[in-house]
Ligand binder design. Sequence first.
Ligand code: 13P
Ligand code: SF4
Length: 299
Amino acid sequence: MKEQIEQLKREKNAVILAHYYVPGDVQEIADYVGDSFYLAKIAKQSMADIIVFCGVSFMGESAKILSPDKKVLMPDMSADCPMAHMASTGKIDEIRRQYDDLAVVCYINSTAELKCRSDVCVTSSNAVKIVKALSNKNIFFIPDGNLGRHVAEQVPEKNFIFNDGCCPIHAGISAQQLQAEKGKHPDALVLSHPECEKGVLALSDYIGSTAGIIDFAKNSNSDEFIICTENGIAYRLKADNPDKHFYFPAPCPCCRDMKLNSLENVLTCLMNETNTVEISEDVRRKALIPLDRMLELAK
Ligand code: 13P
Ligand code: SF4
């Protein structure tokens, strides 16, 4: 299957983009593996005719919004991020009526519809920088309440309004579960994704995006880490650091949507050019504004 995929990629001038949470064998055949921010930039810059996006739907949608002339394929169209739907346009309108000098800051883990109604997008790796760069005093942060509160702590000069969405996988990691893992590995450093709840972040030695966690583990002198994010990241952590040890709080955090990506469905969608991401031109143009603003402000 890997050879067939390689051959089709060459024949069709296709590239495979994969997030760190997809299964290891899919990361292995990808041309680019990264966090959401890196993958969005690659999607925009790529010279390929076809992008196969191994991730979840908001990632494929963002790639299509940024690169409308390319064919964007998703190995499994049902791979979706539940948090992407956890805000409403009605609530955005309500908050806009209540506050002057407001910026609606939309985590990239969101539907295209929500992006259309937002002022700027962010990812976990650039949210603090971008919020600081905005001139607005009031920030409505959607959809992730946990990431919003984490950003707010680092930008105390602004007034935040939070939304109550969350990632069920990260919010499912409790401080109690983390304490139990720390009890088993008292010397391990705790590296967490900011989608985790406050109690988990308070026990963490490092908080950052998936790429940030990978960099930290690589550059650290420590050789034991407890990782509070989705378990697909273990593939890269182990590949980069064969002598270091990585533990996850039990039960091991697993995003079933990310795991819908497989070699079989990468091959099928590339061979048949099926599962294309389609977005109406009206929605695409509106959703492009906050995405482009993110890319500009994050420079
Ligand atoms: P990153 O941007 O850190 O890769 O996170 C994406 C994601 O889906 C986290 O759950
Ligand atoms: Fe969405 Fe959470 Fe899965 Fe990331 S891990 S794609 S935020 S459900």
